[in-house]
Write a protein that binds this ligand. Structure first.
Ligand code: ZN
Length: 401
């Protein structure tokens, strides 16, 4: 399932809109179902179910199949299934130096996936060529009769969400003010550009609906150090295109370690993968700056025997502690190559708790750390949310359209 369809209208919607969303949700999650099954499960009047199902079939969101009581006396009760490929969206996100594109439908199915490599010295032109080739590949796979709603893209670095401009990224220093909004406008496609950490947090909130009532942090530690924050389910953004720039807070002002942002003594200059690479290569000379290599080393059970790792964990532990004292979140989601090792997470938790001062402990008794093991794959689906929510909200209202 892509997200919880039954909550698409919010708490103050009209009763019929809510019922329509509930019926679609019920069939999408447990179909095929008959009208009688739905009437029974949702405790609705049979005429209400019949009318709404009629609209959903006419809108193309449901398909009627064979009778569920074939050969038995009485009126046939046709089974109803969801038509997930009624609409689709294209999702683009970055992982390492790849742009990954997926064509997804409203059932959360990936209909096609493709990727292109953008070299470290690739600039606007190469990146745009990559985007263009992904869009062409995925566009050609949109099933007949399926509505393509738009393209959602999430990237690293600074993002002008309002205009769809990728301002810059440490990972690709040559990318400057890449106007993706203009490209998609020319293509006639709706487009939304966001920061990948914000999108991953949106996905986690959808996966843990209870978190929408809480305050949550997503903390990333891998090729860089960064985060996102949601206040009662709302991911906070900034007109400057960056938020929670914790990786570039300066912790050693007199340090001689230059950060990739250009200044000295940032958290990243002590703990990001690129900063640790020279130290790690003393022991592993053939180490490549690729997830595969880095994750292999970091999964080592005696990880603290690797030079540089202990100091990096201590730095990030303090960083997390400072974040905690600023936001006091109910929960911290952790993502990135380092946190896949339980020993590292254990030490981070220990540092956090040790840095709590006595009066704080009167109300804060523990820290809810939750590890996201599968990286940024949540972006695949969450990039499509705004398009699917908007269109489904229209179709799952009163008479649809
Ligand atoms: Zn920096």
């Amino acid at each position: 399932m892509l997200f919880n369809y039954s909550t698409i209208h919010g708490p103050h919607a009209k009763q019929k809109d809510k019922q329509k969303a509930e019926i679609f949700s019920c069939i999408a999650n447990s179909g095929p179902l008959s009208r009688r099954d739905i009437t029974h499960t949702l405790k609705l009047r049979s005429t209400t179910v019949s009318n709404i199902v009629g609209e959903l079939v006419a809108d193309g969101l449901l398909r009627e199949g064979l009778s569920k009581n074939l050969g038995r006396p009485g009126r046939p009760d046709l089974s109803l299934s969801p038509v997930f490929d009624r609409m689709s969206a294209i999702s683009l996100f970055v992982e390492d130096r790849y742009l990954i594109g997926s064509l997804i439908d409203i059932g959360g199915r990936v209909l096609r996936q493709a990727q292109v490599y953008v070299p470290a010295d690739g600039g606007n032109e190469i990146c745009l060529e990559g985007v263009d080739s992904l869009i062409k590949t995925l566009f050609s796979e949109v099933p007949t009769g399926c509505e393509l709603l738009g393209v959602g893209m999430s990237v690293v670095g600074t993002v002008n969400t309002g205009r769809g401009i990728w301002v810059n990224a440490d990972r690709w220093p040559e990318i400057r003010n890449l106007d993706l909004g203009k490209y998609f406008q020319r293509k006639g496609l709706n487009f939304v550009l966001r920061r990948n950490l914000d999108i991953e947090l949106e996905y986690m909130l959808e996966k843990h609906p209870g978190s929408r009532k809480e305050n949550t942090i997503l903390f990333h530690w891998g090729f860089g150090v960064g985060g996102a924050y949601a206040y009662q389910g709302r991911v906070l953004d900034s007109p400057f295109g960056r938020v929670m720039d914790i990786g570039h807070t300066i912790i050693h002002p007199h340090s001689d370690k230059k950060c990739r942002c250009g200044v000295y003594g940032c958290v990243e200059s002590e703990a990001a993968i690129y900063a640790l690479l020279p130290t790690l290569r003393h022991r592993y000379p053939d180490l490549r700056e690729e997830s595969e290599d880095i994750e292999k080393i970091l999964s080592y059970p005696e990880v603290f025997e690797i030079p540089g790792i202990g100091a990096a964990v201590d730095t990030v532990g303090l960083c997390l502690s400072n974040l905690f004292k600023i936001f006091y979140p109910h929960r911290i989601f952790l993502v990135g190559a380092f946190i896949r090792n339980e020993k590292i997470v254990g030490r981070l938790e220990k540092i956090l708790l040790e840095t709590f001062y006595p009066k704080m402990k009167d109300t804060v008794h523990h820290v809810d750390l939750e590890v996201i093991r599968d990286g940024f794959t949540g972006c695949t689906w969450a990039n499509g949310y705004p398009f699917f929510r908007k269109r489904l909200k229209e179709l799952l209202s009163g008479n649809g359209n």
